[in-house]
Design a protein around this ligand. Structure first.
Ligand code: UDX
Length: 437
């Protein structure tokens, strides 16, 4: 099939490459010339494991091209909208500028029978509104809402074989003509056993908001348990292991630590609360305010713990932060708890050095006042305290005896509870975890 993918960020670039991998002829469109130039040269404009190899592979087939020209969407049967919906400045709501602009610019290029597929995370009600614009322009075209659930760091695998496909169509019916078209688009993945669920527009939009809210709630739940564990002298990691053995609860997403960040969970729960408020259902989601508050409290807690670890005073203390990305295997620093903690410590007078295997360039753009050192040994040299804030494998694998040779004082704060506390203590370190004795 001929497919256009509008928006080539973390979502769209991966989606375009994966659709070509599934055998379609794909054009990726974005207004950002730098991004398009890089993608055209089979270079990923951001770090995502496996993406560059995939770009290389599919570009050899001649099935994938990139352009800044929206007119290139003409001739495609299916158009995916993959642009961002960031948090609106100064508000909790989602900024719909890019979704609206992408749809508006696409309209003149629609042909009879085309399918427009929204993948961006949007406030409920958006799909029906955009469907109106699409059919006004082209009465035989259809709009489907097909939310994306990919995780950064696993984006390629999550796109090719997701847990499920959700198709939101106007009448919510399996017989809707767009269903068969999307089945053809995803034929390769469906043949691999991925289930798919057909529903109406608002339900499909809400599936995404609900899924992210649930994940955020799960993390904040375990972080609230970490607070109680700290007060009671208990160990939240053992507690998570034990409750996770109940398969109604499950162990995944129960890692207590510095909390969630990134370009999705924080802004999505806020946008969801804002939208529920507009719909008169704000009471239903007031608990998400608490989820957000617990999450933000983790960051202040780490600043306080670091102060304690440094003997009560941050002023002039040399602190090394391991990790700037919001999670490992990503160079994304949007709402990164690690960076937000680093910046807080610096504001309170500490001398902060940040290191990360992939995210330093992005971090430096966001927080130019922090010091960045790419080399790990150099970054920890003479540190008064080391904070592990993003659990990259190389930080999990650190040898406490080797690091001890380099630092100024043997103090470590494990913000992700991934180190073996006994091992670090045996090597002479003062070890602090979150919610661990
Ligand atoms: C998330 C959803 O998982 C994905 O389905 C959706 O499409 C987009 O948002 P992503 O933002 O890539 O994906 O990251 P995710 O792996 O969900 O992690 C989010 C944050 O939660 C990270 O900062 C991570 O460190 C944190 N986290 C995750 C925890 O603090 N504890 C956990 O147990 C799990």
């Amino acid at each position: 099939m001929r497919i256009s993918v509008i928006g080539c960020g973390y979502l769209g670039a991966v989606h375009a490459a994966c659709m070509a991998k599934l055998g379609h002829e794909v054009v990726g469109i974005d207004v950002d010339e730098r991004k398009i130039a890089e993608l055209s040269a089979a270079r990923a404009p951001f770090f995502e494991p496996g993406l560059e190899a995939l770009l290389d592979e599919v570009q050899l087939t001649g099935r994938l091209s990139f352009t800044t020209d929206m007119a290139a969407a003409a001739g495609s049967d299916v158009h995916f909208i993959c642009v961002g919906t960031p948090q609106k400045k100064g508000e909790n709501r989602a900024d719909m500028t890019y979704v609206n602009a992408a749809t508006h610019d696409l309209l003149p290029h629609l042909a009879p029978g085309n399918i427009v597929v929204g993948k961006s995370t949007v406030p409920v009600g958006t799909a029906s509104r955009l469907a109106g614009l699409v059919t006004e322009q082209e009465p035989t075209a259809h709009l489907v809402w097909n939310p994306e659930f990919l995780r950064e760091g696993h984006a390629v695998a999550d796109t090719l074989s997701p847990d499920r496909f959700v198709y939101g169509v106007a009448d919510g019916s399996e017989d809707h003509p767009a269903v068969a078209v999307l089945d053809e688009v995803y034929a390769g993945s469906l043949a691999g056993g991925t289930p798919r669920l057909v529903t109406d527009h608002p339900t499909a939009e809400l599936v995404k908001a609900a899924a992210n809210s649930f994940l955020a709630t799960k993390i904040s739940f375990i972080n609230s348990m970490a607070e109680v564990c700290e007060a009671a002298g208990a160990d939240v990691t053992r507690l998570a292991d034990a409750i996770g053995m109940d398969d109604r609860i499950g162990r995944k997403f129960l890692n207590a630590g510095i909390g969630f960040g990134g370009g999705c969970l924080p802004k999505d729960i806020r946008a969801f609360m804002a939208r529920a408020g507009e719909l008169g259902a704000d009471q239903a989601l007031t608990f998400l305010r608490e989820v957000d508050a617990i999450n933000m409290r983790r960051r202040s807690r780490v600043v306080e713990l670091t102060r304690e670890l440094c003997g009560g005073m941050l002023l002039g203390q040399r602190i090394t932060v391991l990790g700037a990305a919001f999670k490992p295997e990503s160079d994304d620093v949007r709402d990164s708890p690690a960076l937000s903690i680093a910046a807080q410590l610096q504001l309170q007078g500490a001398v902060v050095t940040v290191t990360d295997p992939k995210a330093l360039a992005n971090a430096a753009k966001r927080f130019p006042e922090l010091q960045y050192v790419a080399d790990l040994d150099q970054a920890v040299a003479n540190a008064d305290a080391v904070l592990l804030l993003t659990e990259w494998q190389q930080y999990r694998d650190l040898d406490p005896y080797e690091v001890a040779e380099m630092v100024g004082s043997l103090r470590i704060l494990d913000g992700r509870n991934v180190l073996d506390a006994a091992k670090w203590r045996a090597a002479g370190w003062t070890y602090r975890g979150l919610g661990r004795p």
